[in-house]
Design a protein around this ligand. Structure first.
Ligand code: B1M
Length: 210
């Protein structure tokens, strides 16, 4: 039986070797990749977040935990399939300016990729004008904006406004997400969709395309 608590503990302890060993073991035991991700890794990251907030963990440790999680995500990547949408749509994804969080955004990118979309992951700390340049360069049909900080949510609004001002609004659907974001905020800033997690992002992206 997989001990998800032990995985969570290893992640919180930044014990990358032990974590990788457990994740590889669970994969070999045919434990569903989604369960490993949600019950072991994301649950661990939530604890890391709480410890960060309470001052029991500091940025270097949080980065080590994030790196360990990233390694595990690489292992799970080929196993986290989707329904094979094969839409071939060009999708641009990035974290908005001022925000450096990328683990969730990369998971969303991965799910969109496994749904058959051409994903252009342009990174973190992306200014509105860079999103616009990349929408043009990649001929994007969907642009995905990620934000993890309440302080960078207004940058999502600015990015949507800049897309409107650039005249590209009719050409792209805008999907937003990230822990502090919700449907009400998406509606308020004029986005076309909100996805609460990576799994739903590809389904919502598909719905937006149709
Ligand atoms: Co930061 N951080 N962080 N951090 N960090 C949070 C977000 C925080 C909640 C921690 C806390 O205090 N409890 C808090 C934000 C509070 C707030 O604004 N409400 C916080 C803070 C305050 C900060 C700093 C300001 C700390 C400081 O310097 N004093 C600083 C800001 C830096 C910056 O961005 N300018 C900072 C820095 C960092 C690190 C660099 C150390 C590191 C990031 C490393 C990296 O990403 N490469 C880090 C981390 C790791 C976290 C926590 C612990 C984990 C985030 C994570 O990766 N979660 C986080 C606490 C937490 O979330 N529990 C925290 C796992 C990931 C799979 O989930 O990203 O939510 P998530 O993604 C989900 C969904 O949100 C959704 O799908 C994903 C998968 O299901 N989703 C989308 C995400 N994007 C989407 C886009 C979509 C659709 C869905 O469509 C477009």
């Amino acid at each position: 039986m997989t001990d998800f608590n032990a995985m969570t503990e290893a992640l919180v302890a930044c014990d990358e070797d032990r974590l990788l060993e457990m994740v590889n073991g669970a994969v070999a035991d045919n434990v569903p990749a989604g369960d490993i991700l949600n019950q072991g890794l994301i649950a661990g990251m939530d604890i890391v977040g709480e410890k960060m907030e309470s001052g029991d963990m500091f940025i270097p440790e949080v980065l080590m935990a994030a790196q360990a999680m990233g390694q595990c995500v690489e292992i799970l990547k080929p196993l986290l399939g989707d329904e094979g949408l094969d839409s071939g749509a060009n999708v641009l994804i990035g974290t908005v300016k001022g925000d450096l969080h990328d683990i969730g955004k990369n998971l969303v990118a991965m799910m969109l990729e496994s749904a058959g979309m051409n994903v252009h992951n342009i990174g973190v700390d992306i200014a509105p004008e860079e999103f616009i340049a990349q929408i043009k360069a990649k001929n994007a049909q969907i642009v995905c904006l990620s934000a993890l900080l309440t302080t960078t949510m207004p940058m999502m609004k600015k990015t949507v406004e800049a897309i409107v001002e650039s005249g590209l609004r009719d050409q792209v659907k805008i999907l937003v997400g990230g822990a502090p974001v919700n449907q009400a905020f998406a509606d308020e800033i004029g986005a076309d969709g909100f996805a609460p997690d990576a799994g739903s992002a590809s389904k919502i992206a598909k719905a937006l395309l149709n």
